[in-house]
Design a protein around this ligand. Structure first.
Ligand code: SF4
Ligand SMILES: [Zn+2]
Length: 208
């Protein structure tokens, strides 16, 4: 016996994240601007920033190795940098993608963010006058300039870049209190002062 019911079988395809893309139905050329056309790249990104599937889109482009166009709010150059920094397995993790995209978005949407803002955002007071750091560990980039939490602390406090290595003078490994650190120049100065004080003490007449 036939199972034919006369009804047209359900052929509707499953919905896909692309169905909700902000660029759906728009001219795809907009997302393939000349990379040197800053205004056109910005224009494409502006739509991506409000797109509900920005993470899926960025992840797809990064893991497929898309070379051209704006995908997930990321330009060609940004994707090259990200792919140099992360392994494929890392880019397949949703957590990493969120972090990577959010970081890129944050920089674009907050062009006026200053180093002081970065400091305020990532530091907190610790007992004993120490200051903790909750931002990126090790070296991180601010507008393309590499820095470390200790170098940032030093710069904001002294008003100039540290010379050589910035070392803590306190024992708390995570402390970034600029008053608890010295650069090469300050260490040399401190040592010279200690030597002068020692010589002065040795040359002083003994109190009778
Ligand atoms: S993130 Fe941008 S390119 Fe990707 S689907 Fe959304 S609007 Fe389109
Ligand atoms: Zn300290």
């Amino acid at each position: 016996m036939s199972n034919y019911t006369g009804a047209v079988p359900e052929t509707k395809r499953k919905t896909d994240w692309r169905d909700t893309a902000a660029c759906a139905g728009q001219d795809p050329e907009r997302w393939f601007p000349n990379p040197s056309n800053v205004a056109a790249v910005k224009d494409a990104k502006a739509t991506c920033f409000g797109c509900p599937v920005i993470y899926q889109c960025a992840q797809g482009a990064l893991t497929r190795g898309e070379e051209s166009g704006v995908w997930g709010g990321l330009s060609e150059g940004q994707r090259v940098t990200i792919r140099k920094k992360y392994r494929l397995a890392q880019l397949e993790a949703p957590g990493t993608i969120r972090r990577v995209v959010n970081k890129a978005l944050h920089a674009e949407l907050n062009p006026t963010e200053t180093l002081r803002d970065v400091w305020e955002k990532h530091t907190h007071d610790l007992p004993g006058g120490h200051i903790g750091w909750s931002g990126p560990t090790g070296s991180f980039s601010f507008r393309g300039i590499p820095t470390t939490p200790k170098q940032l602390a030093f710069l904001l406090d002294r008003g100039h870049k540290a010379v050589g290595i910035v070392r803590r003078t306190c024992d708390l490994v995570e402390c970034v209190n600029p008053r608890h650190m010295l650069d090469n120049e300050e260490r040399c100065r401190q040592k010279a002062e200690e030597e002068r004080a020692l010589i002065a003490a040795l040359e002083a007449p003994l109190a009778s």
